[in-house]
Design a protein around this ligand. Sequence first.
Ligand SMILES: NC(=O)c1ccc[n+]([C@@H]2O[C@H](COP(=O)([O-])OP(=O)(O)OC[C@H]3O[C@@H](n4cnc5c(N)ncnc54)[C@H](O)[C@@H]3O)[C@@H](O)[C@H]2O)c1
Length: 294
Amino acid sequence: MAKISILGSGIVGTIVGRGFKEFGNRVIFYDIDEKKVQNLRNSGLDSTTELSNAIRESDISFLCLPTPTKDRKIDLSYIRSVTENLARCLKEKNDYHVVVVKSTVLPTTTEKVVIPLLEEHSGKKVGPDIGVCVNPEFLTEIHRSWTDNKSYARDFFSEDRVVIGEFDKRSGDVLQALYEPLKVPIIRTDLQTAEMIKYACNCALASRISYWNEIYYICQRLGIDSNLVAKVAGMDKRIGKYGTIHGKAFGGKCLPKDLDAFISFSEKLSCEPKLLKAVTEINERIKAERGVRE
Ligand SMILES: NC(=O)c1ccc[n+]([C@@H]2O[C@H](COP(=O)([O-])OP(=O)(O)OC[C@H]3O[C@@H](n4cnc5c(N)ncnc54)[C@H](O)[C@@H]3O)[C@@H](O)[C@H]2O)c1
Protein backbone atom coordinates (compact mmCIF):
# COMPACT_ATOMS: atom_id res chain seq x y z
CA MET A 1 0.00 0.00 0.00
CA ALA A 2 1.38 3.39 -1.02
CA LYS A 3 0.61 6.71 0.66
CA ILE A 4 -0.44 9.21 -1.99
CA SER A 5 -1.33 12.90 -1.90
CA ILE A 6 -3.29 14.58 -4.66
CA LEU A 7 -2.39 18.28 -4.94
CA GLY A 8 -5.29 19.94 -6.75
CA SER A 9 -8.49 17.95 -6.38
CA GLY A 10 -10.36 19.00 -9.50
CA ILE A 11 -11.41 16.76 -12.39
CA VAL A 12 -8.09 15.01 -12.93
CA GLY A 13 -7.07 14.92 -9.25
CA THR A 14 -10.29 13.31 -8.07
CA ILE A 15 -10.45 10.71 -10.82
CA VAL A 16 -6.82 9.70 -10.34
CA GLY A 17 -7.02 9.77 -6.53
CA ARG A 18 -10.18 7.68 -6.45
CA GLY A 19 -8.57 5.22 -8.88
CA PHE A 20 -5.48 4.74 -6.72
CA LYS A 21 -7.68 4.39 -3.64
CA GLU A 22 -9.63 1.61 -5.32
CA PHE A 23 -6.34 -0.20 -5.78
CA GLY A 24 -5.97 -0.21 -1.99
CA ASN A 25 -3.63 2.75 -1.54
CA ARG A 26 -4.04 5.46 1.11
CA VAL A 27 -4.96 8.71 -0.63
CA ILE A 28 -5.23 12.21 0.80
CA PHE A 29 -6.70 15.01 -1.33
CA TYR A 30 -5.50 18.61 -0.99
CA ASP A 31 -7.13 21.70 -2.49
CA ILE A 32 -7.43 25.40 -1.65
CA ASP A 33 -11.13 25.26 -2.43
CA GLU A 34 -12.79 24.52 0.92
CA LYS A 35 -16.06 23.48 -0.70
CA LYS A 36 -14.31 20.84 -2.82
CA VAL A 37 -12.48 19.54 0.22
CA GLN A 38 -15.71 19.37 2.21
CA ASN A 39 -17.48 17.52 -0.62
CA LEU A 40 -14.67 14.98 -0.80
CA ARG A 41 -14.87 14.54 2.98
CA ASN A 42 -18.62 14.08 2.78
CA SER A 43 -18.08 11.25 0.32
CA GLY A 44 -15.77 9.54 2.81
CA LEU A 45 -12.43 10.61 1.33
CA ASP A 46 -9.52 11.91 3.35
CA SER A 47 -9.02 15.55 2.34
CA THR A 48 -7.43 18.72 3.60
CA THR A 49 -6.84 22.39 2.88
CA GLU A 50 -3.44 22.13 4.62
CA LEU A 51 -0.65 21.20 2.25
CA SER A 52 1.65 20.22 5.13
CA ASN A 53 -0.90 17.59 6.29
CA ALA A 54 -1.06 16.11 2.81
CA ILE A 55 2.72 15.91 2.49
CA ARG A 56 3.23 14.50 5.98
CA GLU A 57 0.67 11.77 5.26
CA SER A 58 2.15 10.69 1.92
CA ASP A 59 5.28 9.47 0.12
CA ILE A 60 4.12 10.32 -3.42
CA SER A 61 2.48 13.59 -4.47
CA PHE A 62 0.64 14.16 -7.74
CA LEU A 63 0.50 17.76 -9.03
CA CYS A 64 -2.96 17.98 -10.63
CA LEU A 65 -3.16 21.76 -10.90
CA PRO A 66 -4.58 23.94 -13.64
CA THR A 67 -2.25 24.93 -16.50
CA PRO A 68 -4.39 27.41 -18.44
CA THR A 69 -3.16 29.25 -21.54
CA LYS A 70 -3.00 33.04 -21.19
CA ASP A 71 -2.01 35.26 -24.13
CA ARG A 72 -1.05 32.09 -26.02
CA LYS A 73 1.37 31.09 -23.24
CA ILE A 74 1.07 28.38 -20.63
CA ASP A 75 0.39 29.85 -17.18
CA LEU A 76 2.57 27.98 -14.71
CA SER A 77 1.66 30.10 -11.67
CA TYR A 78 -0.37 27.30 -9.99
CA ILE A 79 2.39 24.77 -10.57
CA ARG A 80 5.08 27.18 -9.33
CA SER A 81 3.29 28.18 -6.17
CA VAL A 82 2.29 24.66 -5.09
CA THR A 83 5.72 23.24 -5.98
CA GLU A 84 7.42 25.91 -3.85
CA ASN A 85 5.18 25.19 -0.87
CA LEU A 86 5.50 21.45 -1.37
CA ALA A 87 9.29 21.81 -1.35
CA ARG A 88 9.10 23.75 1.94
CA CYS A 89 7.10 20.88 3.44
CA LEU A 90 9.68 18.38 2.15
CA LYS A 91 12.33 20.26 4.09
CA GLU A 92 10.63 18.98 7.24
CA LYS A 93 10.58 15.35 6.06
CA ASN A 94 13.37 12.82 6.19
CA ASP A 95 11.95 10.15 3.90
CA TYR A 96 12.36 9.86 0.14
CA HIS A 97 9.35 11.50 -1.57
CA VAL A 98 8.29 11.26 -5.21
CA VAL A 99 6.73 14.28 -6.95
CA VAL A 100 4.67 13.48 -10.04
CA VAL A 101 3.69 16.15 -12.57
CA LYS A 102 0.26 15.04 -13.77
CA SER A 103 -0.79 18.45 -15.11
CA THR A 104 -0.21 19.05 -18.80
CA VAL A 105 3.03 21.01 -19.12
CA LEU A 106 5.15 21.94 -22.14
CA PRO A 107 8.33 19.93 -22.84
CA THR A 108 11.23 20.92 -20.53
CA THR A 109 8.93 22.48 -17.86
CA THR A 110 9.64 19.80 -15.26
CA GLU A 111 13.38 20.01 -15.80
CA LYS A 112 13.59 23.80 -16.02
CA VAL A 113 10.88 24.90 -13.57
CA VAL A 114 9.71 22.11 -11.23
CA ILE A 115 13.06 20.53 -10.34
CA PRO A 116 14.88 23.83 -9.62
CA LEU A 117 11.98 24.99 -7.40
CA LEU A 118 11.95 21.69 -5.52
CA GLU A 119 15.68 21.86 -4.84
CA GLU A 120 15.78 25.57 -4.02
CA HIS A 121 12.95 25.49 -1.48
CA SER A 122 13.59 22.09 0.12
CA GLY A 123 17.37 22.35 0.36
CA LYS A 124 17.40 18.73 -0.88
CA LYS A 125 18.62 17.02 -4.04
CA VAL A 126 16.39 15.57 -6.72
CA GLY A 127 17.76 12.07 -7.17
CA PRO A 128 18.90 10.93 -3.73
CA ASP A 129 16.23 12.76 -1.65
CA ILE A 130 13.36 13.51 -4.02
CA GLY A 131 12.07 11.50 -6.98
CA VAL A 132 10.44 13.24 -9.95
CA CYS A 133 8.18 11.88 -12.69
CA VAL A 134 5.96 13.26 -15.46
CA ASN A 135 2.78 11.24 -15.85
CA PRO A 136 0.42 12.84 -18.40
CA GLU A 137 -3.30 12.29 -18.07
CA PHE A 138 -5.33 11.18 -21.09
CA LEU A 139 -8.85 11.15 -19.65
CA THR A 140 -11.76 12.31 -21.80
CA GLU A 141 -15.10 13.13 -20.27
CA ILE A 142 -17.85 12.66 -22.80
CA HIS A 143 -20.23 15.15 -21.20
CA ARG A 144 -17.59 17.85 -21.73
CA SER A 145 -16.62 16.66 -25.16
CA TRP A 146 -17.68 17.39 -28.74
CA THR A 147 -19.05 13.90 -29.17
CA ASP A 148 -21.75 11.75 -27.60
CA ASN A 149 -19.91 8.60 -28.59
CA LYS A 150 -19.06 6.91 -25.29
CA SER A 151 -16.43 4.73 -26.92
CA TYR A 152 -14.15 7.79 -26.94
CA ALA A 153 -14.37 8.18 -23.14
CA ARG A 154 -11.18 7.52 -21.20
CA ASP A 155 -10.84 7.45 -17.46
CA PHE A 156 -8.45 6.01 -14.91
CA PHE A 157 -9.57 2.44 -15.58
CA SER A 158 -9.85 2.64 -19.38
CA GLU A 159 -6.50 4.10 -20.36
CA ASP A 160 -4.88 2.49 -23.40
CA ARG A 161 -1.45 2.91 -21.81
CA VAL A 162 0.36 4.71 -19.03
CA VAL A 163 3.25 7.06 -19.76
CA ILE A 164 5.91 7.54 -17.10
CA GLY A 165 8.60 10.13 -17.71
CA GLU A 166 11.26 9.59 -15.06
CA PHE A 167 14.10 11.64 -13.64
CA ASP A 168 15.80 8.38 -12.73
CA LYS A 169 14.98 4.69 -12.47
CA ARG A 170 14.15 4.88 -8.76
CA SER A 171 11.42 7.51 -9.32
CA GLY A 172 9.96 5.58 -12.27
CA ASP A 173 9.94 2.28 -10.34
CA VAL A 174 7.80 3.85 -7.59
CA LEU A 175 5.22 5.07 -10.10
CA GLN A 176 5.27 1.87 -12.15
CA ALA A 177 4.41 -0.15 -9.03
CA LEU A 178 1.34 2.06 -8.48
CA TYR A 179 0.06 1.52 -12.02
CA GLU A 180 0.77 -2.20 -12.34
CA PRO A 181 -2.78 -3.26 -11.25
CA LEU A 182 -4.19 -1.45 -14.32
CA LYS A 183 -2.62 -4.15 -16.51
CA VAL A 184 -2.02 -1.88 -19.49
CA PRO A 185 1.29 -1.20 -21.25
CA ILE A 186 3.48 1.14 -19.21
CA ILE A 187 5.87 3.20 -21.30
CA ARG A 188 8.86 4.73 -19.52
CA THR A 189 10.67 7.69 -21.01
CA ASP A 190 12.69 10.70 -19.94
CA LEU A 191 10.84 13.71 -18.54
CA GLN A 192 10.54 15.85 -21.66
CA THR A 193 9.50 12.97 -23.91
CA ALA A 194 6.55 12.27 -21.60
CA GLU A 195 5.60 15.96 -21.67
CA MET A 196 5.83 15.92 -25.47
CA ILE A 197 3.68 12.77 -25.82
CA LYS A 198 0.74 14.57 -24.18
CA TYR A 199 0.91 17.51 -26.63
CA ALA A 200 1.44 15.15 -29.58
CA CYS A 201 -1.79 13.38 -28.55
CA ASN A 202 -3.91 16.48 -28.06
CA CYS A 203 -2.63 18.09 -31.27
CA ALA A 204 -3.35 14.87 -33.20
CA LEU A 205 -6.90 14.68 -31.84
CA ALA A 206 -7.55 18.34 -32.69
CA SER A 207 -6.05 17.89 -36.18
CA ARG A 208 -8.38 15.02 -36.93
CA ILE A 209 -11.41 17.10 -35.99
CA SER A 210 -10.37 20.01 -38.21
CA TYR A 211 -9.52 17.63 -41.06
CA TRP A 212 -12.97 16.08 -41.00
CA ASN A 213 -14.59 19.50 -40.69
CA GLU A 214 -12.79 20.59 -43.84
CA ILE A 215 -14.15 17.51 -45.65
CA TYR A 216 -17.58 18.32 -44.22
CA TYR A 217 -17.52 21.84 -45.71
CA ILE A 218 -16.56 20.55 -49.15
CA CYS A 219 -19.27 17.84 -48.95
CA GLN A 220 -21.83 20.47 -48.03
CA ARG A 221 -20.95 22.62 -51.03
CA LEU A 222 -21.45 19.60 -53.29
CA GLY A 223 -24.55 18.24 -51.55
CA ILE A 224 -22.73 15.06 -50.50
CA ASP A 225 -23.65 13.24 -47.27
CA SER A 226 -20.54 13.72 -45.10
CA ASN A 227 -21.80 11.10 -42.63
CA LEU A 228 -21.66 8.44 -45.31
CA VAL A 229 -18.24 9.61 -46.51
CA ALA A 230 -16.80 9.54 -42.98
CA LYS A 231 -18.42 6.21 -42.17
CA VAL A 232 -16.99 4.48 -45.21
CA ALA A 233 -13.59 6.18 -44.97
CA GLY A 234 -13.47 5.21 -41.28
CA MET A 235 -13.98 1.52 -42.14
CA ASP A 236 -10.34 1.60 -43.15
CA LYS A 237 -8.66 0.72 -39.86
CA ARG A 238 -5.77 3.07 -40.62
CA ILE A 239 -8.26 5.94 -40.61
CA GLY A 240 -10.96 5.14 -38.05
CA LYS A 241 -13.80 7.44 -37.08
CA TYR A 242 -12.30 9.77 -34.51
CA GLY A 243 -12.91 13.43 -35.26
CA THR A 244 -15.87 13.13 -37.61
CA ILE A 245 -18.14 15.75 -36.08
CA HIS A 246 -19.59 17.37 -39.19
CA GLY A 247 -19.31 21.10 -38.75
CA LYS A 248 -18.97 21.38 -34.98
CA ALA A 249 -15.99 23.11 -33.43
CA PHE A 250 -13.94 21.42 -30.75
CA GLY A 251 -13.93 23.16 -27.39
CA GLY A 252 -13.69 21.70 -23.91
CA LYS A 253 -11.06 22.28 -21.27
CA CYS A 254 -7.98 20.95 -23.01
CA LEU A 255 -7.71 20.84 -26.81
CA PRO A 256 -7.92 24.61 -27.57
CA LYS A 257 -5.66 25.71 -24.73
CA ASP A 258 -3.04 23.01 -25.29
CA LEU A 259 -3.00 23.62 -29.05
CA ASP A 260 -2.50 27.37 -28.53
CA ALA A 261 0.28 26.92 -26.00
CA PHE A 262 2.03 24.34 -28.19
CA ILE A 263 1.85 26.53 -31.32
CA SER A 264 3.54 29.48 -29.61
CA PHE A 265 6.05 27.13 -27.96
CA SER A 266 6.95 25.68 -31.41
CA GLU A 267 7.25 29.19 -32.87
CA LYS A 268 9.70 30.12 -30.13
CA LEU A 269 11.80 27.14 -31.19
CA SER A 270 11.64 28.52 -34.76
CA CYS A 271 9.65 25.44 -35.83
CA GLU A 272 6.79 26.92 -37.82
CA PRO A 273 3.75 24.73 -36.96
CA LYS A 274 1.89 25.29 -40.26
CA LEU A 275 -0.51 22.38 -39.95
CA LEU A 276 -1.43 23.14 -36.32
CA LYS A 277 -2.12 26.78 -37.21
CA ALA A 278 -4.50 25.63 -39.95
CA VAL A 279 -6.18 23.30 -37.44
CA THR A 280 -6.87 26.31 -35.21
CA GLU A 281 -8.02 28.50 -38.12
CA ILE A 282 -10.55 25.90 -39.27
CA ASN A 283 -11.84 25.51 -35.74
CA GLU A 284 -12.10 29.28 -35.17
CA ARG A 285 -14.09 29.66 -38.40
CA ILE A 286 -16.59 27.00 -37.32
CA LYS A 287 -16.80 28.42 -33.83
CA ALA A 288 -17.61 31.85 -35.24
CA GLU A 289 -20.24 30.47 -37.61
CA ARG A 290 -21.91 27.88 -35.43
CA GLY A 291 -20.79 28.29 -31.85
CA VAL A 292 -18.83 25.73 -29.95
CA ARG A 293 -19.96 22.47 -28.47
CA GLU A 294 -18.43 22.39 -24.98
N1 LIG B 1 -9.93 17.89 -17.37
C1 LIG B 1 -9.44 17.03 -18.24
O1 LIG B 1 -10.18 16.35 -18.94
C2 LIG B 1 -7.94 16.88 -18.39
C3 LIG B 1 -7.45 15.81 -19.14
C4 LIG B 1 -6.07 15.64 -19.26
C5 LIG B 1 -5.20 16.56 -18.67
N2 LIG B 1 -5.70 17.62 -17.96
C6 LIG B 1 -4.74 18.54 -17.32
O2 LIG B 1 -4.73 18.27 -15.92
C7 LIG B 1 -4.51 19.48 -15.18
C8 LIG B 1 -5.65 19.68 -14.19
O3 LIG B 1 -6.84 19.82 -14.91
P1 LIG B 1 -8.27 19.72 -14.24
O4 LIG B 1 -9.24 19.65 -15.36
O5 LIG B 1 -8.30 18.68 -13.20
O6 LIG B 1 -8.38 21.15 -13.54
P2 LIG B 1 -9.46 21.61 -12.46
O7 LIG B 1 -9.59 23.08 -12.60
O8 LIG B 1 -10.69 20.76 -12.54
O9 LIG B 1 -8.75 21.26 -11.06
C9 LIG B 1 -7.66 21.96 -10.57
C10 LIG B 1 -7.80 22.03 -9.06
O10 LIG B 1 -6.66 22.69 -8.53
C11 LIG B 1 -7.10 23.48 -7.44
N3 LIG B 1 -6.10 24.51 -7.14
C12 LIG B 1 -5.82 25.66 -7.79
N4 LIG B 1 -4.84 26.32 -7.18
C13 LIG B 1 -4.47 25.58 -6.12
C14 LIG B 1 -3.50 25.72 -5.09
N5 LIG B 1 -2.70 26.79 -5.05
N6 LIG B 1 -3.42 24.76 -4.16
C15 LIG B 1 -4.24 23.68 -4.19
N7 LIG B 1 -5.17 23.48 -5.13
C16 LIG B 1 -5.28 24.42 -6.08
C17 LIG B 1 -8.42 24.05 -7.90
O11 LIG B 1 -9.19 24.50 -6.79
C18 LIG B 1 -9.03 22.83 -8.59
O12 LIG B 1 -9.80 22.05 -7.71
C19 LIG B 1 -4.35 20.57 -16.22
O13 LIG B 1 -2.98 20.71 -16.52
C20 LIG B 1 -5.07 20.02 -17.44
O14 LIG B 1 -4.60 20.57 -18.64
C21 LIG B 1 -7.05 17.79 -17.81
